[in-house]
Ligand binder design. Sequence first.
Ligand code: CA2
Length: 147
Amino acid sequence: MTDSVLILNGPNLDMLGKRQAEIYGSEMLADVEALCGRSGAELGIAIDFRQSNAEHELIDWIHDGREHAAGIAINPAAYSHSSIAIKDALTACSCPIIEVHVTNIHLRESFRHHSYVSESAVICGCGIEGYALALRRLASLLGRAPA
Ligand code: CA2
């Protein structure tokens, strides 16, 4: 995945579009991946799209990304609110990182208001379009945004 942007998705995001459409919308994770593929192609950036329900797997992928990813967009899902381990893994990365949430976590239950994982930029409440916005920002930070 040399020089590609790593797009990581945490636990239960494989359930997108299958349940709780009133909260998360009707698009499935495959639709998110397709959107990221289209956005990446428009921006001239290769993407590496992954989902795991396992914290250690996300951490291993972040470690790989430390060496090989040009940037990282991550929706840590519920690990946002609990995982210092994912935060520490991201802190060790020098590439730009953007946290994405489909929903506006600040308008939901109080336990979702705080994210341990937030490094710098956070996009939330824009639905799955937030992923495309994150890619656009990463492309800009990487000097690859189209004129
Ligand atoms: O809004 C987001 O993107 C979240 O990261 C989604 C997480 C949630 O824990 C965060 O607080 C905010 C949940 C992932 C999706 O979980 C689903 C569970 C059942 C049905 C559909 C999705």
